[in-house]
Write a protein that binds this ligand. Structure first.
Ligand SMILES: Cc1ncc(COP(=O)(O)O)c(C=O)c1O
Length: 352
């Protein structure tokens, strides 16, 4: 059935193994962030069987799906109060920045007779989750009184909300905060989790300071891309996800809609370029399934014109292919494109 995403499992496994070697050479370990797979057990199991020992997810539902897979499991989105029971049950480690939630995790861990490990998040400039150093000082004092919570590490996230890049300066800031806290409370963070795939360049160039001993990596492994810098990792397999769609209408039409136009079905005011009469293909996929920016046509002569919830309109006039209704049009995907498609129940996923 169309639309479908074909997944190159071997390519992903190869990347995950290569990354493991790169990390090992540089004295680091990593948690594989599998959220892009939605809840695909088969792929996660294959990755774990190939030697990945730590997986991280932002949605607890996915960790619930992986309950029988033997790996250390991290919840990488700071937990909601309403999911505390599941967090304790299905994850070994969670990233945290709120004392009230950590206390709730402690109460639940007592009930389930478990010790739950946490990575405290420090706000390093990207302005998403994370505490200031002063807040960490206050909350660690309280956390140390909790019987069923173990402070596992200190972490920071970059390059997501604020597009802040990792640098020697901000990595040293994270280490200095960690070491001040260690001195003050007389303990040692087992992990300092310095960031995500945007840290790849520093990792491979040996620029990540020694005390940063962990990264949380998704996009670099699944797509061979360094986010934030938007650079390919040349030695990694890159096209591990290919979207295949089917043409449902193919007709010549003008470039500019007729009549008066105003707001489209997604609340935007569209603009049009007059290229005259063009051959337009509609494919059976829509903005409900994917943000158009995530699609990269493999046929480079195809132009993306736009779409609505269930239709995407392409200009195929300049293509060398003589398309007809029913033909397949294929796309490479960026990370957000893969995320969208893997979570749409209308898109088939096929491991090849
Ligand atoms: C807290 C956290 N860590 C790590 C990652 C992984 O990021 P990336 O896919 O850029 O490696 C994400 C995003 O998915 C995240 O939210």
């Amino acid at each position: 059935m169309y639309p479908k995403v074909e997944i190159n499992l071997r390519g992903i496994i190869e990347n995950a193994k290569t990354m493991k070697e790169i990390c090992k050479k540089n004295g680091k370990n990593y948690c594989l962030i599998t959220k892009v797979l939605a809840d695909n057990k088969e792929i996660v199991k294959a990755l774990v069987d190939s030697g990945i020992d730590c997986i991280g997810e932002s949605r607890i539902q996915n960790l619930m799906a992986y309950k029988d897979i033997k790996a250390e499991k991290w919840l990488i989105r700071i937990p909601m109060f309403c999911e505390v029971e599941e967090v304790i049950k299905y994850s070994d480690v969670s990233l945290n920045s709120e004392l009230s939630v950590i206390k709730a995790l402690n109460e639940e861990a007592k009930k389930q007779n478990k010790i739950h490990k946490i990575i405290l998040m420090y706000e390093l400039g990207d302005l998403r989750e994370g505490c200031s150093k002063e807040e960490l000082e206050t909350i660690i004092e309280e956390i140390l009184k909790l019987s069923n919570i173990k402070i596992y590490g200190l972490g920071a996230n970059l390059s997501c909300y604020g597009a802040t890049i990792p640098t020697i300066e901000n990595m040293n800031e994270l280490i200095s905060v960690a070491e001040d806290l260690e001195k003050r409370f007389n303990f040692k963070f087992e992990l300092i989790s310095g960031g995500n795939s945007s840290s790849y360049k520093m990792l491979v160039n040996g620029e990540l300071p020694e005390r940063i001993n962990n990264l949380r990596l998704g996009e670099s492994i699944f797509l061979g891309n360094i986010p934030c810098f938007e650079e390919p990792i040349l030695e990694f397999k890159r096209d591990n996800f290919i979207l295949k769609t089917q043409i449902i209408e193919l007709k010549e039409k003008p470039s500019i809609p007729r009549g008066k136009h105003y707001v489209d079905s997604f609340g935007n005011i569209p603009t049009f370029v007059d290229r005259g009469i063009r051959k337009r293909a509609i494919i059976g996929l829509g903005k409900q399934d994917i943000n158009l920016g995530g699609l990269i046509p493999q046929d480079a002569e195809i132009l993306k014109l736009g779409g609505s919830s269930d239709h995407i309109i392409l200009d195929v006039t300049d293509s060398k292919n003589q398309y007809k209704v029913g033909d397949e049009i294929t796309f490479k995907l960026n990370y957000s494109g893969v995320l969208n498609l893997m979570t749409s129940k209308y898109v088939e996923r096929k491991i090849v």
